[in-house]
Design a protein around this ligand. Structure first.
Ligand code: NAP
Length: 245
């Protein structure tokens, strides 16, 4: 069997490793947008497929027996394409998506919003020294904030210029509680804006915000396509693949 893993996440790398250990032939697909990404073990292909038709064509041409969509919870387009292409070609599909975040019990102020524009509006009423960690793709929604301090944390350069009042911090998780606390204290952060990426690697900022009484604005995830089975760990995804053998 050949499994296509739609990747770009830590979970997809874990899955590639588990499948390699189990002797399953797997190809991990990356969008190719991040230059410094850590590569998974095994075969890798890079770049878009060319929409639903392109992905369906790939599944047929490569005789793919199953697809695990292990893309980021906010990569909604490729997730929708995978659902449509797998339905068209009759290919079994599993969604692997890490658990979402929950409001910290001791967090005084936690605001769920549906998109980046709503996050911007909510944060404006909450503080003037913002810790922005919505990823580099989210940056354009905030760049008219040139009247306040923004600590932008990204892995790679955002695609747009940022105002001079901002500080850009280049860092890749995991981040720990003590460092997050120190960072937010040192920069006198009074509001944290993030999206529900979930998992443990970048969750310490939420605990630090709770500890400091800093309000948190969280963009909720886009919904996964209806009717697609979902698991939240690489181990469970590997089990699903092995059950198809
Ligand atoms: P997206 O908006 O859902 O997808 C945009 C287009 O990129 C898709 O239509 C597809 O092109 C191509 N694409 C995306 N993921 C692909 C993959 N794994 N393999 C091949 N083509 C892929 O995705 P995005 O939000 O830009 O994210 C791009 C990648 O970065 C994803 O693989 C995701 O796992 C990773 N990532 C995203 C975020 C985030 O916050 N969005 C964070 C961390 C990592 P075609 O239509 O031409 O096939």
């Amino acid at each position: 069997m050949t499994v296509l893993v739609l990747g770009g996440t830590g979970e997809s790398r874990q899955l590639a490793e588990l499948l390699a250990q189990a002797g399953v032939s797997a190809v991990t697909s990356l969008a190719g947008v991040v230059r410094t990404r850590e590569l998974p073990v095994g075969e890798v292909r890079t770049g878009g497929f060319g929409g639903v038709a392109g992905l369906a064509g790939y599944l047929n041409a490569e005789s793919v027996s199953a697809v695990v969509d292990a893309t980021h919870p906010f990569a909604a387009r490729i997730t929708a394409h995978a659902a449509a292409a797998c339905a068209q070609t009759g290919t079994p599909l599993l969604r692997l998506s890490r658990p979402g975040w929950r409001r910290r019990p001791d967090s005084s102020d936690w605001h769920w919003v549906t998109d980046l524009a709503a996050a911007r509006r909510a944060a404006e009423g909450l503080g003037r020294r913002v810790f922005l960690s919505t990823g580099r793709q989210g940056v354009p929604a905030f760049t008219d904030w040139d009247d306040r301090y923004v600590l932008l944390r990204v892995v790679e350069d955002p695609e747009v210029a940022v105002p001079e009042t901002w500080e850009v911090l280049y860092a890749r998780g995991p981040f720990d509680f003590a460092d997050e606390l120190e960072l937010m204290r040192d920069r006198r952060i009074d509001v944290l804006v993030t999206k529900d990426s979930g998992g443990g690697h970048t969750a310490a900022k939420l605990d630090a915000a709770a500890e400091l009484g800093v309000p948190v604005v969280v963009v909720a995830r886009p919904p996964d396509p209806a009717g697609v089975e979902r698991v939240d760990s690489a181990e469970a995804a590997a089990e699903w693949v092995l059950s198809l053998r």
